[in-house]
Ligand binder design. Sequence first.
Ligand code: 6PG
Length: 232
Amino acid sequence: MTANMHAFANGAELAGKLADKVAETLSAAIATRGSASIAVSGGSTPKAFFQALSSRSIDWGKVTVTLVDERFVPADNPRSNHLLVQENLLRDKAAAAKFLPLYQAAASVEEAAVIATEETKAVGHPFDVAILGMGNDGHTASFFPGGSNLKTALDPNTPRGIITMEAEGAGEPRLTFTFSSLQDARLLVLHIEGEGKKDVLAKAEASGEETEMPIRAMLRRAASQVEIYWAP
Ligand SMILES: O=C(O)[C@H](O)[C@@H](O)[C@H](O)[C@H](O)COP(=O)(O)O
């Protein structure tokens, strides 16, 4: 499905407009189904968006927030996506939301993936909102080029849930929702900023193997249209 580009003058404008769109989508989900779900990414890009979203007046008590992916580190680790979301999104009005972590204090990352899959089973059939990021190597979620479980993660027949990923560019072992869990989100957003990321996107949109730039899986075969939010 073709992606839809939304370009903004700067990151602050993007953060506000994306927060409006996400708040509207979550509110509509609550009105229709009584609850709403959102999976968000880590990284440096989403901070301003998280802060803008946390101030939006929606019925946050009916919203479940989870992560697209996470490092296998506890929530007090500075590289934890849970910590990023705790400090920037789950505050102000959004402090009332329920948060489902992916990290589990298990003996191994594999065991943590099994527990996290169980703990998140009730949400995301599909997610109302999924916010993806993209690395300069073309990864999204923890779908890293050369990743230990990349083929399984991208396989449309791999069920919804969380699997592990290890890769050179990933640092710690990761926990990530599979492609099938994210690709049908009612609002599927790719949030990227900077000229460099625009060049990476252009490369991803050209021909080439999905495994070289895993974001291609989302751009080429997600069931939902990918809404790209970009600012210089
Ligand atoms: O937790 C993470 O690291 C994300 O899962 C990852 O996929 C991120 O969205 C991209 O790496 C972009 O990161 P930046 O926003 O820092 O460029």
